[in-house]
Design a protein around this ligand. Structure first.
Ligand code: FMN
Length: 378
């Protein structure tokens, strides 16, 4: 079996001179003067809605912004290496962590396997990225992540418990964990109970084992067993592609909320329907409104990445843009070739024939896209 964790599990190794933040040593809990204030998750879970899943390569700032505008309960960043944050020369400009202007309700997800590094990474993430809470990745099955955390921790949950304890001690923010059912068999109840005992404020369960990766179907019966076995809220994840499935899964499994990943790519409206109790079978607006939102996504992309990095390309968005318009396959080839926002506007011109009516994701930034393109493409 590949080694998935450091042999040195103590808190004293100090690799790279890493030191605990001072709060690690504080005797008093930040809540010691009275009953604990409800944390971020408890506050957000008091209302209806669904959560935007962490998705490496997708849940970046522009996608999170579109989901948040549509009422996502909260959003989760792409996973960020604790080691990279602490020892790798990353700065507060790291795109994976940097919030968009005014971002709120965003959870930062960290992966790693060493308590000291994770504690230091929590402190750094809190100082740099203004997270609402911090999540530990215990689900990533990608080989290059093995040995450094992710789903590997499901083989040695006792290591994960020490990570949660260290993270909790490093911050007053809620600390959560996102697990799969197990490495190759379902150990999710045992793992979740240990995580809750270690101080996790919330546990998200993707209903597959790591070995399954993304094959088969998510096991929502297993997710329900976890939800019934711990006192902390459980969020369920896996294969929710539409509003009806979301509602049905949440009711049947008893989870506090559902998380939506692939089903929200090119479809931020799924969050609006679930937040507002508007349970139409298909909350997607007109093709015109979807085209305007695809264009706005492109504009947010260039704004977010250009500002600090000078990265002009829309390349990472090429796989996303067609998802806005599954019913227009004739546009897909060109959408996967775009280089600039103007290219996106040109390809979508047949649909962008006027300023969108209701249903489009429309804010101040939308207005500027509208102004820029309405004249050119009408
Ligand atoms: C492209 C991609 C990237 C992902 N990246 C992460 C990640 O960084 N952290 C994580 O905890 N889960 C990650 N996941 C798993 C999702 O958060 C989610 O649990 C899984 O996709 C099942 O939900 P879905 O069927 O709604 O997509 C990723 C999934 C996909 C498809």
């Amino acid at each position: 079996m590949a080694r998935c964790w450091p042999l040195e599990l103590g808190f004293t190794s100090g690799e790279g001179g890493v030191r605990y933040p001072e709060r690690m040593n504080a005797d008093a809990s930040p809540f010691s003067d009275g009953p604990p204030a409800p944390g971020f998750y408890a506050v957000r879970l008091s209302g209806p809605g669904a959560v935007l899943a962490p998705m490496a390569g997708y849940s970046d700032a522009p996608m999170r912004q579109l989901a948040a505008e549509q009422g996502a309960l909260w959003t989760v960043s792409e996973m960020i290496s604790a080691r990279g944050l602490v020892l790798g020369g990353d700065t507060e400009k790291l795109n994976l962590g940097r919030p968009y202007a005014g971002e709120q309700g965003r959870v930062v997800q960290l992966f790693g396997a060493e308590p000291e590094l994770l504690a230091a990474a929590v402190a750094r993430a809190e100082a740099w990225f203004v997270p609402a809470a911090i999540d530990l990745n215990m689900g990533c099955p990608v080989p290059k992540i093995r040995g450094k955390g992710g789903a590997c921790l499901l083989q040695t949950p006792e290591v994960a418990f020490t990570l949660i304890e260290a993270m909790r001690a490093a911050t007053a923010l809620d600390v959560s964990a996102k697990i799969r059912l197990g490495w190759d068999t379902d150990r999710s109840v045992e793992v979740a109970q240990g995580l809750a005992a270690a101080g996790a404020s919330l546990i998200t369960v993707h209903g597959r084992t790591s070995r399954q990766r993304y094959t088969g179907e998510a096991d929502w019966d297993a997710i329900a067993r976890v939800a019934a076995s711990v006192d902390v809220p459980v969020v369920g994840s896996g294969d929710i592609l539409d509003v009806e499935t979301a509602r049905q899964r949440q009711q049947a499994s008893g989870v506090a909320a559902v998380m939506i990943g692939r089903g929200s790519v090119g479809n931020p409206w799924i969050f609006r329907a679930l937040a507002g109790g508007n349970l139409e079978a298909d909350p997607r607006p007109s093709a015109q409104a979807r085209a305007w939102t695809a264009l706005r996504h492109a504009q947010l992309q260039t704004q977010f990445y250009n500002d600090d990095t000078g990265r002009l390309t829309l390349r990472p968005l090429r796989k996303v843009l067609p998802k806005y318009l599954p019913d227009y396959p004739e546009l897909h080839a060109e959408l996967t070739q775009v280089v600039t926002v103007a290219d996106v506007g040109r390809v979508l011109a047949p649909l962008l024939d006027s300023v969108p009516q209701g249903g489009a994701v429309q804010t101040g930034a939308m207005s500027s896209v509208s102004t820029e393109y309405a004249g050119s493409y009408s």
